[in-house]
Design a protein around this ligand. Sequence first.
Ligand SMILES: Cc1cc2nc3c(=O)[nH]c(=O)nc-3n(C[C@H](O)[C@H](O)[C@H](O)COP(=O)(O)O)c2cc1C
Length: 175
Amino acid sequence: MSNILIIYSSKDGQTLKICQTLQTEIEMARHQVTLTALDEADAIDFSRFDKIVIGASIHYGHHDAGIHALIKRNQALLGSKPSAFFSFNIVARKPGKNTPETNPYLLKFLKKIAWKPKQLAVFAGKLDYPSYSAFDRWMIRFIMWLTKGPTNPDAVIEFTDWQQVQAFAQQVIKM
Ligand SMILES: Cc1cc2nc3c(=O)[nH]c(=O)nc-3n(C[C@H](O)[C@H](O)[C@H](O)COP(=O)(O)O)c2cc1C
């Protein structure tokens, strides 16, 4: 049985939902999971875990700066254990931008950090115009218009492929 730490950075709760699915899958395989938000991760002793998974969503082109800082602070420890990272963004809804090798946010992120996660994934996020502030709704609709995505202001669309999330859980179990 492995003891696995999952750390997430989430603004609207979708990355947390991904992590809860990972937790369920991993616990079904009889491993132990501790799920923690980025803000609370510093209170945790990473060295007591066998594996570490970090997941973060993209907002206006970036993962939370706190994710970069956390990785930097724990670089040596992360490098000493099997570890995984996933990025969660709307661009990943597009074929050709939906793998670790092709998603521009993940590629850019990996160039900025020294940590080399053993497993990588990219999941497509959720569009939820009614829940956004007027400014965010306008901005995201504009970006969607530029990239030929949905612009109906009432649209709520979850692009996430949950089978892909389940498959990633299996990769984490095996790593
Ligand atoms: C204000 C805002 C900005 C966003 N910016 C981007 C972006 O630049 N690129 C992208 O691919 N997705 C972007 N997204 C989509 C989010 O990554 C997606 O909604 C994801 O599901 C959010 O996950 P979270 O709820 O865990 O933060 C944005 C979403 C919002 C609300």
